[in-house]
Design a protein around this ligand. Sequence first.
Ligand SMILES: [Zn+2]
Length: 331
Amino acid sequence: MGAEYRIDPETGEWRIVAPERAGRPSDIAGGGEAQCPFDPGHEHMTMPEVLRVPAGRSEPWRVRVVPNRYPILDGGGEWPAATGLHEVVIESPRHDGDLRSATPGAVLEVLTAMRDRCRTIRRERRPAAIVVFRNHGAAAGTSLRHPHSQIIALDQAPPGLAGRWERAREFHERTGRRLHDDEAARERSDQVRVVHDAGGILVYQPRAAAVSHETVLLPDDEAAGLADASDEALKTMAGSLPAVASALAAVRDDPAYNLVVHAGPATGPDAARWYRWHIGLYPRVSRRAGLEIATGLGVNPTVPEKTAPILRAAFRSAVREPSSSAPPAPR
Ligand SMILES: [Zn+2]
């Protein structure tokens, strides 16, 4: 049986039933795996790479992108089949590397590789959406410790994503402005939730944060998605991401988190008029409970006006001492 969509009749939400996923290896859940498929020397354990940095084989690789051996979408299931692509971005040859200890230069290479893949996938497949994300820690759903991100191209946009786009499009139609520009202007005016605002990027904790220390990184860019992101925007993002990840690790004792690149539709000419790509970081510090399951209401036990200044202070020390050895600060 292959992956297929099933729709919850009561909520209209889509699920992917992906039975192949159960067979994937894990070095986190069960006592550790002898051989990490993402380590140098183990390239044969992954699918053949679709992108390598550097491209030439005279030097060792620094970033590899490979099709996921256990794709969430394979399109082999009953109709409606869950079709698309699923790739893995191996961010570093170092098994014990991490975003928070990565240099801005290394992060820039990863972001640039992601942008290349988004462009190629868009051209070759014309999917509805391309989703780029990174899971850190077992509680965030990662099964392999080796630093990696994932790219999923969806041939159909699920209602949750289409609904986000619709709100941004409708806002633009009504006001002539982009939702994210208004959001940025409000954060800059309120100041209290801003973590960092310099060098072409605004980092803040949204007013309606769903979880403690939910953090947004919004570069000054005119693109709706990573595929069209400017060199400057990638550079400024690469300059901030390690410090944000370090700061988060310092204030909440290295929590599991999901990092998501939010983007508009993958294809379509006008998305940049009403959508701006940005990154959201969602620490896994609380659990989905009954009220949320019953109503969709998330309960954030902390106030972003109180947590943002804490992250801001940690961000500033992370920028001052960019290393993995920063000791955890008290909460
Ligand atoms: Zn490894």
